[in-house]
Design a protein around this ligand. Structure first.
Ligand code: NAD
Length: 286
């Protein structure tokens, strides 16, 4: 159902790889709510994924950019505004990747070059996107910028690795830049801390299916899926949330306020398989 919440608004959306991507659902929902958008991703992801298909269906373009490269972002912002015929009202940063996770390097054996890349891609790119937009005066007053985070920024979760550090930094950038951009142009900047979600990036996390099951059992409302997330992002892009800024907003079915739930306890009561992972050589320690 559409409410026309973004009627007349223009937006820039990073991170649609394929139809599972959170950014894909946001792009579809933004257009359904009346927005005009421009899509972007890295040239490699454009080749590996199906973003062109999405652009065709939504009657828009994909402008390639590596979000870690300032010159790519400058080109993207200029071309994006040209295509839309004006400044952006909203920007979605839906980007994350850890070479340490990909290569199976545990948190107590990180490759530091990989760590730099994790931080650059998953957190510092958020700063770069905002800084480039601000210098080009590319976001209208009362515009809205959203990035996607995860509760591992505040709580330790087995296997989330250096992405936890990246998410902590991402949330900090939302606060630090939210102050500056809010003070000057009323631009609001927030992060949404989303449930584990079945996407390409999500699936790369160690033991992801178990994490999804655990979070679902712990959450009174169950996990929020990618479409639920898109719905929430739309409210933050809309004029109905104009005074919300510098926040990390949990969108997780209640997970972040739980300690133990009946459905999780049941797993133990029923005596389902329990192993001490210390003795299991297939489980890395970190
Ligand atoms: N899936 C989950 O469980 C989950 C939970 C909470 C938060 N998130 C966050 O949601 C966001 C989107 O991830 P997703 O789950 O939709 O997975 P996804 O794999 O569909 O999206 C990740 C995107 O990041 C893009 N990307 C990687 N490096 C880039 C770069 N240098 N420049 C520009 N783009 C780059 C990829 O091309 C891809 O489109 C990420 O920030 C992720 O950490 C995901």
């Amino acid at each position: 159902m559409s409410y026309g919440l973004l009627k007349g608004k223009k937006g820039l959306i990073f991170g649609a790889l394929n139809e599972k991507s959170i950014a894909w659902k946001v792009a579809e929902s933004a257009v359904a709510e009346g927005a005009q958008i421009v899509l972007t991703n890295t040239p490699v992801s454009m080749r590996l994924g199906t973003i062109d298909e999405l652009a065709k269906r939504l009657n828009t373009v994909v402008i390639p950019a590596d979000a870690t490269k300032v010159e790519d972002l400058e080109n993207l912002v200029q071309k994006g505004m040209e295509h839309l015929g004006g400044k952006f009202d909203f920007v979605l940063h839906s980007i994350g990747m850890s070479p340490n996770v990909r290569k199976g390097r545990t948190y107590d054996d990180l490759d530091y070059n990989f760590l730099q890349q994790t931080l650059d891609i998953s957190a510092i790119s958020f700063h770069k996107v905002i800084q480039v937009c601000r210098k080009a005066d590319a976001i209208n007053e009362w515009g809205s910028v959203v990035a996607l985070s995860y509760i591992a920024a505040q709580r330790t979760l087995y296997g989330y690795n250096d992405m936890a550090d990246a998410k902590a930094m991402l949330e900090s950038i939302a606060r630090s830049f939210g102050y500056i951009y809010g003070r000057e142009k009323k631009v609001r900047i927030n992060t949404i801390s989303q449930s584990p979600t079945q996407t390409t990036a999500g699936g790369g996390i160690m033991g992801f299916d178990n994490l999804v099951d655990f979070a679902d059992r712990m959450s009174p409302l169950g996990n929020a899926d990618a479409q639920d997330c898109a719905d929430y992002v739309i409210t933050l892009f809309s004029d109905l949330s104009r005074k919300v800024t510098m926040q990390n907003l949990f969108h997780d079915g209640g997970y972040s306020s739980m300690g133990m739930s009946f459905r999780t306890m049941k797993v133990y009561n029923e005596g389902l398989e329990y192993r001490d992972v210390k003795d299991d050589k297939t489980h890395p320690k970190a």
